[in-house]
Design a protein around this ligand. Structure first.
Ligand code: PLP
Length: 417
């Protein structure tokens, strides 16, 4: 459910006309809905109400400070994967004790920053990382709470680029190595093993792989007990999918109930790291048609948003629903919706049935709230889009549109003396 609906023949973001927002803020434009964020967070979080738990929003899905603050006010913690994301989370007022830090390549400086901030825990992905965190904690006179990220080797049945819990993926530790790793963790003086973690992939539309991973972890926890390691946190990562097109993922409520049932009586605090399922359908990307053109083999709709604004179609062949902001009831055609960038992969949709549109008209690209702006770049020297956050009839400019000066602000001309 989201709050982008048609009223009297035009698209609204909550109570504001998308056409007027585009007139005021320009295009391409990311438009987010506050009510949708709140609803999605509450629906997810309340599904786990029967267990002690902490829902840590995956910052990489949408890291705008307004969004992090909004979610934090709803009670969310944060799952971060870099020092930059730690900085964002702390800047947005997220309590450090609600931050978990994932990722295979944490650098020494980043580890130190997280230790000094006193985050809840590190999700550790290798033995070398474990030793390094210990060394840095020793230098700083700190103790690091850690979980080990286990790779449970289950197939998430999703796009190969976004599956992370298979043996051949770079993430986590093989379950066979993990007992040894916990043994090492408990001997390191500045490491306190407090949890276990896994994250098997993204855009999962089936609950089975989650259950399979959970069962493997439960078996492993029984082994852990025998070596005297007591775990307090079970972090099941993120990955629950959303409907972009025809997918039918389990509702967060069903997802939650199923996991809670599996965890009855386990005396653990559950940690979840949802990203897409919270943010995906909270945002649209509004773009203006620049030209249309017909060739012998194709019809093209050339728009002012491109792969630098939304890379998911180019990167994963992802589907994003596209509709007119003001539907005009013209006959449909099969078109490619493409951007101005000099790459053939610069498309937002291919072979899509769309009513005929003309230059100057607006299109909305739906489900752009997660991995949209955060994956954007300045490729082709295109200033990044603006982001706005709507709340009823109010709107805030959450991020200004970049300028040409922003493009070169950090550069030198290297003129000869
Ligand atoms: C990306 C990521 C998430 C969030 O994944 P979603 O599919 O957006 O829910 C959670 N945890 C980790 C470790 C991640 O890398």
């Amino acid at each position: 459910m989201h709050h982008f609906t048609y009223r009297a023949g035009e698209l609204y973001a909550e109570d504001l006309s998308v056409q007027s927002l585009a007139t005021e803020y320009g295009t391409p434009l990311y438009v987010y809905s506050t009510a949708t964020f709140k609803r999605h967070f509450q629906a997810f979080d309340s599904a786990f109400a029967d267990l002690p738990h902490l829902t840590c929003f995956s910052v990489k899905a949408n890291s705008n400070l307004c969004i992090l603050r909004l979610l934090s006010e709803q009670g969310a913690g944060m799952d971060i994967v870099s020092g930059g994301e730690l900085f964002r989370a702390l800047s947005a007022g997220v309590p450090a004790q609600k931050i978990v830090y994932s990722g295979v390549g944490k650098r020494p400086g980043e580890i130190a920053e997280a230790l000094l901030a006193d985050i809840l825990m590190f999700n550790v992905e290798s033995l070398e990382e474990l030793r390094r965190i210990n060394d840095i904690a020793l230098d700083l006179g700190k103790t690091a709470r850690i979980s080990l990220r286990i790779n449970p080797d289950v197939d998430p049945l999703t796009h190969p680029y976004i599956s992370t819990g298979l043996k051949q993926n770079k993430f986590g530790l093989d379950i066979e190595q993990s007992l040894e790793a916990y043994q090492l963790a408990s001997t390191l003086p500045c490491i306190e093993p407090v949890g276990i973690d896994c994250h098997i992939g993204s855009q999962l539309t089936n609950i089975e792989p989650f259950l399979e991973a959970l069962r493997r972890i439960k078996d492993f926890l029984a082994q852990l007990k025998t070596i005297g390691v007591k775990i307090r946190f079970l972090d099941l990562g993120g990955g629950l999918g959303i409907t972009y097109d025809q997918e039918d993922p389990p509702h967060p409520k069903v997802f939650g109930q199923t996991l809670v049932r599996e965890l009855q009586g386990m005396d653990l605090t559950l940690i979840l790291e949802p990203g897409r399922v919270i943010a995906g359908n909270t945002g649209i990307l509004v773009t203006e048609v620049v030209y249309t053109k017909s060739t012998k083999s194709k019809e093209f709709v050339i728009v002012d948003a491109a792969m630098n604004d939304l890379i998911r179609p180019a990167l994963y062949q992802s589907f994003h629903r596209i509709d007119e902001v003001r539907p005009r009831q013209r006959p449909a055609k099969k078109v490619d919706v493409v951007g101005p960038i000099c790459e053939s992969s610069d498309f937002l949709a291919r072979d899509r049935e769309l009513p005929e549109v003309r230059s100057g008209e607006l299109l909305a690209v739906f489900s752009a709230g997660a991995y949209g702006f955060t994956m954007s770049s300045q490729y082709n020297s295109r200033p990044r889009a603006a982001e706005i956050l709507v709340d009823g009839t109010n709107v805030v400019l959450a991020r200004k549109r970049e300028t040409y000066n922003d493009l070169v602000a950090l550069e030198r001309q290297c003129l000869k003396k």
